[in-house]
Write a protein that binds this ligand. Structure first.
Ligand code: LLP
Length: 423
């Protein structure tokens, strides 16, 4: 989806240059509203950690997940704290399978609850934690790998024995023992087994969560359903039924609450669902050429900007905007086109499938200067960008009704060089 009018995007490309990320605040608010049934919505900021989007989330009562020291610092800069809100949820939770030393120090200093994916983390936190407060030791969640997973690509499946994530389900007793030994405080159990929702599979995940609590005897205040909700990247993809999704998890929560004899808080931790559809990436057409049977359109954004097609064979909708406002030909006259970027690398192609298979997309004939719009790029777009080929990070703009705000300026080449010059 592309939430914007062509005229606005043409103007923004002119004002800010390309490549340019553009986000729509109203779409983000709508996606948040879809999930209000959950007690707590915790935004997995790895999907898009721009501080201005985090502030928008905070205004909407959405809390955040952080997976690095940098993401904790971003959350703090956006006004979040580790304090617990009226719903009993901490503003920030740190989720990982390892601590680097700097992150462990930051977590302890700000008393950020830790969602631990390894028993080593519990031991390291237990050793480093400060004195217990009125509530007890440092708050922890346990991220459990239930032994199976699911994902839109093998690279996004985060469960099962080939995944590095989480504490293996049969090790839960040892994790609980480490918590007791170190005087840590258990908040809840968490499961994120991949990206992409399948209801049959989800019922299995919910059952696994109930069984973990019942079998281990753990007394939890909360459970987290993790993230992984898909969005319709293709026109033929159905939108997920969030009420049904909530119903399955709410059922699990109720079974656990009945077993424990007290209320249990239900968190959800989506990244993509909240921001993917709000964002587009604008790129300028810089060349078009025919190579044998293939027509190529080369633009000024590459996989250093939007990595998903090269990394996962991911599909992003595309459209073209004529720079001069001329009418583009009707769909019957479009031609199959390979859309590629400027990087010195053959895999820098936006139309590709799994394993690097080069695909084509039906597009109107374009001229140099026209704008290519890559749709549904708000999640894992800017946040996965790199400086490959010494290309500066692109600018980001947030549109909120009639207001347009630059929320990240374009990086400069001088800023890149400065890291190396004068050391
Ligand atoms: N919670 C945990 C513990 C996670 O590992 C992830 C994603 C999420 C939540 C959010 O998942 P989401 O709701 O966004 O699907 N770069 C890939 C996705 C990698 C996801 C990694 N973990 C992509 O572009 O599709």
């Amino acid at each position: 989806m592309n939430p914007f009018a062509d005229d606005l995007l043409r103007q923004l490309a002119q004002d800010h240059g390309t490549p340019l990320w553009v986000y729509d605040a109203a779409t983000i608010r709508q996606r948040i509203a879809d999930l209000r049934a959950f007690d707590t919505i915790r935004f997995a900021q790895k999907a898009n950690s721009n501080i201005h989007l985090l502030r928008l989330m905070r205004e909407q009562g959405v809390v955040v997940d952080a997976v690095s020291r940098g993401e904790i610092e971003r959350a703090l800069a956006a006004g979040y704290t580790a304090a617990v809100d009226a719903q009993g949820a901490s503003g920030i939770v740190f989720t990982a399978d390892v601590f680097d030393r700097a992150t462990l120090e930051t977590v302890v200093r700000h008393r950020v609850p830790v969602n631990a994916g390894s028993i080593d983390m519990l031991q390291q936190l237990g050793t480093a934690q400060g004195a217990p407060d009125a509530d007890g030791g440092h708050p922890v969640w346990l991220r459990i790998n239930p032994g199976f997973g699911h994902g839109h690509s093998r690279k996004t499946n985060t469960g099962g024995e080939h995944s590095k994530h989480g504490i293996w389900h049969t090790d839960l007793p040892q994790a609980l023992a480490a918590i007791a030994q170190h005087g840590l405080r258990l908040v809840g159990l968490h499961m994120h087994i991949g990206s992409g929702v399948d209801y049959g599979h989800l019922a299995q995940v919910c059952d696994a969560m109930v069984a973990l609590v019942v079998d281990s005897g753990a007394d939890v205040q909360a459970i987290s359903a993790g993230g992984g909700l898909s969005i319709p990247y293709r026109d033929s993809d159905a939108r997920i039924d969030t009420a049904h999704y909530f119903g399955l998890w709410d059922g699990a929560r109720q079974r656990i609450a009945a077993h424990l004899g007290h209320a249990v808080h239900l968190e959800l931790e989506p990244g993509r669902y909240l921001v993917a559809e709000s964002g587009v990436l604008l790129a300028e057409v810089r060349a078009s050429k025919t190579m044998g049977a293939n027509r190529f359109l080369l633009v000024d954004a590459g996989f250093s900007d939007l990595m998903r097609p090269a990394m996962y064979g991911a599909h992003h909708g595309m459209s073209l905007i004529a720079a001069d406002g001329r009418a583009l030909p009707a769909a019957a006259d479009w031609a199959e086109t390979v859309v590629a970027g400027p990087l010195c690398e053959s895999g820098d192609v936006f139309t590709q499938g799994d394993g690097g298979l080069v695909l084509t997309r039906a597009l109107p004939a374009a001229q140099v200067g026209d704008i290519l719009v890559l749709h549904d790029a708000g999640a894992y777009g800017a946040s996965m960008s790199s400086n490959y080929n010494s290309r500066p990070l692109a600018a980001e703009v947030l549109v909120d009704g009639d207001t347009v705000r630059l929320i990240r300026r374009r990086q400069t080449v001088d800023e890149l060089l400065a890291l190396e010059l004068g050391v």
